[in-house]
Design a protein around this ligand. Structure first.
Ligand code: PLP
Length: 436
């Protein structure tokens, strides 16, 4: 496939601060940039797109149906529904849970804004529970303190591809009759006690954005659930509140217009679909198209290989980094199969005698290794702060993690041994320079 010339961004030509790549037009020569493509494509994906493009149906056709079926099997769930992205998937789930004005949802502060946004969009309040200092996932011990009579759900994120401690979270949810949404944007291929991400909570929502473990042409999502009732509602929320007319009904009347359905062959009667309202919630168009689904199917066949590569790369980095004074690789929970969507590095300022930001400057400008920050506690964003006046030090562990200690080193399945060695060398040189 012919490649377009890469466009380097200056910061002003981005989509509201989000780019389609992290490389900047700032003159810094990079040895290992943070790639915006988290997967591997080959002839299989190219063939898949061609097959989908030759079909009569370009949306809602066989590729989507098969992608959903194959996904449900691999992720061990009853229902899988393709969506346009993870944000719309989570929005549909928030609506299907019936969450609305005056409700509260307990959520991790250490997430991309999408997880908070879907709560805000329905008029509910995100209530932030602090994270565990080892895994950076929501801390189950912090959740119970945050429950009030207004709490309707707990939204967890399997940060970096290491799953949350789901057993205590599900116990708390059961005790207080709360829904659990698993934001699995980082967690395609992750497991908790042998169970796949998205199969434990009431609903799981996956992202197939360009950066993610598998991608469907840059955007895409999947909703998983084992509940027939939620699946029914989710279907309407993702497809315009559309439903079937009562299949047993043969006589219809609208404004005096009478019609009779004499057999199923009168397919146009009374009309192609009905529209219903689910307790005040209206659906939207959150569908995935056929080419994306065809690529998704090819990506599913590569899932094990892609995650193995991420794990091998991350374990190689761990070995190289663990001997360097002043930095730490992330803790791996023995209950979890870590998919290493992100490779988390902790920078210990007191050991280095320098701050995380000093570390980042040297790592980037002098060593050519590009780290990326995930995630600013969501309650520090201007809009959220203004709306709910969240206090400072609301989640001190998450704040210390983001502002003092963390960076994500380049991680994707296409990194070579030479790339990994350059990352390790860059981290070592940076730490050595700062300690002097
Ligand atoms: C944790 C998390 N949740 C949700 C999303 C949103 O995913 P999408 O871009 O598919 O809407 C992302 C994407 O970066 C994410 O990292």
């Amino acid at each position: 496939m012919e490649k377009n010339k890469e466009i380097l961004f200056t910061g002003s030509d981005t989509e509201g601060g989000i780019t389609s790549g992290y490389q900047m037009n700032d003159g810094v020569p990079l040895k290992v940039p943070y790639s915006f493509f988290g997967s591997i494509y080959d002839e299989e994906e190219e063939r898949a797109v061609k097959v989908a493009m030759a079909q009569e149906s370009q949306t809602m056709g066989p590729q989507v149906t098969l992608f959903q079926r194959e996904f449900a099997k691999i992720f061990e769930v009853k229902h899988a529904m393709a969506a346009s992205n993870c944000t719309t998937a989570m929005h549909a789930a928030t609506q299907a849970f019936g969450i609305g004005k005056g409700d509260e949802v307990i959520v991790t502060p250490n997430t991309f804004i999408a997880t908070s946004l879907v709560i805000l969009k329905e008029g509910a309040k995100p209530v932030y529970a602090d994270i565990d200092p080892l895994t950076f996932n929501i801390d189950p011990k912090q959740i119970e303190n945050k429950i009030t009579p207004k709490t309707k759900a707990i939204y967890v994120v399997h940060y970096a591809g290491q799953m949350c401690d789901m057993d205590p979270i599900m116990e708390i949810a059961k005790k207080h009759k709360l829904f659990v949404l698993e934001d699995c944007a980082h967690a395609a291929g992750s497991k908790y006690k042998g169970r796949p991400a998205g199969s434990i909570g009431d609903v799981g929502c996956f992202s197939f954005h360009s950066l993610k473990n598998i991608t469907t042409l840059g955007e895409g999502g999947m909703i998983t659930t084992n509940s027939d009732d939620l699946a029914d509602k989710l279907q309407r929320m993702r497809v315009m509140s559309i439903t079937h007319w009562n299949p047993g009904q043969t006589k219809f009347e609208f404004a005096g217009f009478k019609m009779e359905k004499k057999s199923v062959k009168d397919y146009w009667l009374p009309s192609h679909f009905d529209v219903i309202n689910d307790n005040g919630k209206w659906g939207c168009n959150y569908r995935m198209n056929e080419s994306q689904a065809a690529v998704g199917r090819a990506q599913l066949r590569k899932l094990d290989m892609l995650i193995n590569k991420r794990r091998e790369n991350s374990h190689y980095l761990n070995e190289g980094i663990k001997k360097i004074k002043g930095v730490r690789p992330v803790f791996e929970d023995p209950n979890c199969y870590h998919a290493f969507h992100l490779y988390t590095l902790l920078i210990k300022g007191n050991e280095l005698g320098a701050s995380r930001d000093d570390f980042m400057r040297v790592l980037y400008q002098e060593e050519g290794i590009q780290g990326i920050q995930h995630y600013q506690p969501n309650y520090h964003f201007t809009g959220l702060k203004k709306m709910y006046n969240y206090p400072d030090k609301l989640c001190p562990v998450a704040e210390n993690f983001f502002y003092n200690e963390h960076t994500s080193l380049p991680m994707n399945p296409r990194l070579t041994k030479a790339d990994l060695d350059m990352i390790i060398e860059g981290v070592r040189n940076t730490a050595d320079k700062l300690r002097k």
